[in-house]
Design a protein. Structure first.
Length: 339
């Protein structure tokens, strides 16, 4: 173990979560509860049998289950309950800032209005800001297995709500759906004032990370695990201060790496990359922020300095204003000094 009381130390760190799909925080218990009230029969007859199905060999196997689970979400109250449950959970883990992805097309393709989705999510985020003192940003993600034309329709639907949305992202099945497929819609999204991020180099090759930077002009890469394959890319990430939002438990669950001991985050820190740790789809991958920090720190034998750096990097990489960032970074440093 890196040092004593590791779990307790991690719990006390003020944290920022920058890579979280709200649909991926859908716990089986809540899924069954919402399915029941919406008169939907799930493919699994119990919470346990559903949980047993959470064994994945790759990203696509996970996505198939994730999209099926999301089908029970029909009404504003459902999206509100989903978001509120997540925010309460992370509040208990001392997460003070969240930047949350939502996938409108997962719902609009089933006939659920964009307004229903965003109203439910937004109301829960606002309540958490008031009552739990959690600040937030909202990121609308385009599904890359669908066409750019469909992403354009989603962009159009988002415009009445653009004051609630801070950025756009790109997620879903990576291999075969390169960033280059979405150049025009990212350009248009930027014109509307949205910040840009994209999943790249999770399962896909290092070229996709280059494309996300050069063609989509993203300011942050989600995952980016593969960047260490390319020293020139590493230098670019360091020089341009492009953060990577890593998700270690997700990487193990989806077999992006074969075991946690092989996670690249320590090497990335050593190289000066702004690497950060997050939970991706915690209801499916076995843990939220604390578990991601703990399992990573334990497997890689991270020391206090490295763990502190990860916590600082997340605020550094966030979209908070610089004075608020500084305030949180100071809180992290004071916390570690007090240990
Ligand atoms: N880990 C992940 N990669 C790509 N798309 C996703 N959508 C939800 N989780 C995802
Ligand atoms: Zn993700």
């Amino acid at each position: 173990m890196a040092f004593p009381n590791l779990k307790k130390v991690i719990k006390g760190i003020p944290k920022a979560e920058l890579h979280l799909h709200i649909e991926g925080s859908f716990e089986p218990e809540l899924m069954f509860q919402i399915a029941k009230r919406n008169n939907i029969i799930l493919d699994y007859d119990s919470i346990d049998s559903l949980k047993k199905a959470y064994q994945f060999n790759n990203l696509q196997e996970f996505l198939d289950i994730y999209y099926t689970g999301a089908k029970v979400l029909l009404y504003e109250q459902d999206f509100y309950d989903l978001t509120w449950a997540y925010l309460n959970k992370v509040h208990d883990q001392n997460v003070v800032h969240v930047e949350v992805f939502f996938d409108p097309q997962t719902h609009t393709d089933r006939g659920v209005d964009f307004a229903v989705v965003i109203n439910g999510i937004y109301k829960a985020l606002e309540k958490a800001k008031q009552e739990l003192n959690i600040s937030y940003k909202l990121i609308m993600s385009y599904l890359r297995h669908l066409s750019e034309e469909e992403a354009f329709k989603t962009l159009e639907s988002s415009l009445p709500y653009k004051d609630w949305i801070d950025g756009v992202g790109l997620d879903s099945s990576e291999i075969g759906n390169p960033p280059s497929k979405f150049v025009q819609v990212f350009k248009a999204s930027a014109k509307h004032g949205y910040k840009l991020v994209a999943h790249a180099g999770e399962e896909g090759p290092v070229d996709y990370i280059w494309e996300a930077l050069d063609l989509l002009k993203v300011i942050r890469i989600d995952h980016g695990n593969r960047c260490l394959d390319d020293e020139k890319l590493v230098q670019r990430l360091v020089k341009e201060k492009i953060p990577l939002t890593l998700c270690p438990l997700s990487n193990v669950a989806l077999k992006v790496i074969s075991k946690m001991e092989e996670h690249p985050v320590a090497k990335m820190l050593e190289k000066g990359i702004i690497a950060t740790i997050h939970s991706d789809d915690p209801a499916y991958f076995g843990g939220y922020m604390n578990a991601n920090f703990y399992e990573t720190a334990k497997a890689l034998n991270l020391n206090k300095r490295q763990i502190m750096q990860l916590a600082i990097n997340a605020f550094e990489a966030s979209w908070l204003s610089s004075n608020v960032k500084e305030k949180h970074i100071l809180e992290v440093k004071n916390y570690f000094n007090s240990l």
